[in-house]
Design a protein around this ligand. Structure first.
Ligand code: ADP
Ligand code: MG
Length: 237
């Protein structure tokens, strides 16, 4: 579904992502882990069109998408969440999600956006009525809203950035189960970014590890968690 070759991102003289290549198969959950600052969000920003890659290619469903504008990439079926949720607080939850759905589809149909919003809110377990406010949502609720916004755009590939930030143990387990449910029930392929391994390892099919912008390991969770290079990076931080 996704083929990334030799991806590079430079900010001035600093190389944040260096020659990263990987593939994602349809229907899998790929975990992308690495310490803070290792380049995970920068990769998502290139996959979603927020940043132009300095070099490399990104093929989605066989077509080159690197350098396309973010709305074109969303229309092709790549949805993303942001590490830091920034909903519109004056809009209701429903309006926030419907708005994402509206701009996520090429047709801009209000009816379709509202249907998508209802389905997405139901999927993540938030109220589907049109009046519930964003204020009062805790960390877990905001993460769910972020997921619902991404789902409302109708993705085939979902990029989930740090879905566990600020959550307690129980909430982390629930968030992990939710990503698996999104894959199992909606058939959506997922790349899931976290800086900690934790519960991610229980849910993903494969893991890729970044350190200082480079891929240092890749494989099954059991293989990667026993890789000396990975252990060194995680014990050294
Ligand atoms: P991660 O998500 O793995 O924590 P990031 O991809 O956010 O890491 O950042 C990787 C590196 O790139 C960091 O050193 C960060 O400071 C740098 N970086 C990210 N975005 C920018 C930017 N817009 N301008 C300059 N440097 C950036
Ligand atoms: Mg990040």
């Amino acid at each position: 579904m996704l083929e990334v070759e030799g991806l590079v991102k430079r900010f001035g003289g600093f190389t944040a992502v260096n020659q990263v290549s990987f593939k994602v198969d349809r229907g899998e959950i790929l975990g992308l882990i690495g310490p803070n600052g290792s380049g995970k969000s920068t990769i998502f920003n290139m996959l979603s069109g927020t940043f132009q890659p300095s070099a490399g290619s990104i093929k989605f469903a066989g077509a080159e998408i690197s350098g396309l504008a973010p709305h074109r990439i969303i229309n092709r079926g790549i949805g993303r969440t942001f590490q830091i949720p920034r909903p519109f607080h004056r809009l209701t939850m429903f309006e926030n999600v419907a708005l994402a759905g509206y701009f996520g589809q090429g047709k801009h149909s209000r009816v379709k956006a509202e249907e998508a919003a209802e389905r997405a809110l139901g999927m993540v377990g938030l109220p589907t009525d049109r009046t519930a406010a964003v204020d009062g949502l805790g960390a877990a609720g905001l993460k769910k809203l972020e997921l619902a916004k991404a789902l409302a755009t109708g993705p085939k590939l979902l990029l989930a950035d740090e879905s566990l930030g600020g959550l307690d143990e129980t909430e982390m387990d629930q968030a992990a189960d939710m990503l698996r449910k999104i894959r199992d029930e909606l058939g959506i392929t997922i790349i899931w970014v976290e800086h900690i391994m934790g519960v991610l390892m229980r849910v993903v099919d494969r893991v890729m590890v970044l350190d200082h912008g480079e891929k240092i390991s890749e494989g099954l969770p059991s293989e990667v968690s026993n890789d000396p290079r990975v252990i060194e990076v995680y014990l050294g931080t």
